[in-house]
Write a protein that binds this ligand. Sequence first.
Ligand code: FES
Length: 115
Amino acid sequence: MDTPGATARPRFQVTIEDSGERFACAEGLPVLKAMTALGGRGIPSGCHGGGCGVCKVRVLEGDYRTAAMSREHVSAEEEAGGVALACRLYPASDLRLKVLGMMHRAVEARRYGLV
Ligand code: FES
């Protein structure tokens, strides 16, 4: 007999250091998609396909995997240092992130009520 919820994918907590936002992201779901589905705005959102680079983040804590990312936006060296595009970032544990993309100042301005 099946147990209700037994096949549910694990959900991880994602914390965005810049905005203080926290949201849940199911395993197998890109962090950016989980955030926007919940109405979050802590990470700038663009193409959702790994091509524009506005969702660039650094993973400060946690385990994850990434799908292919444009080298135009994330170098191999950056990738090795924990930099990723949030639309290509899949959590494997709770994550703590810092926004690096070109719009990160807008995120901080919103946090402090400057815009
Ligand atoms: S939203 Fe364009 S690269 Fe992530």
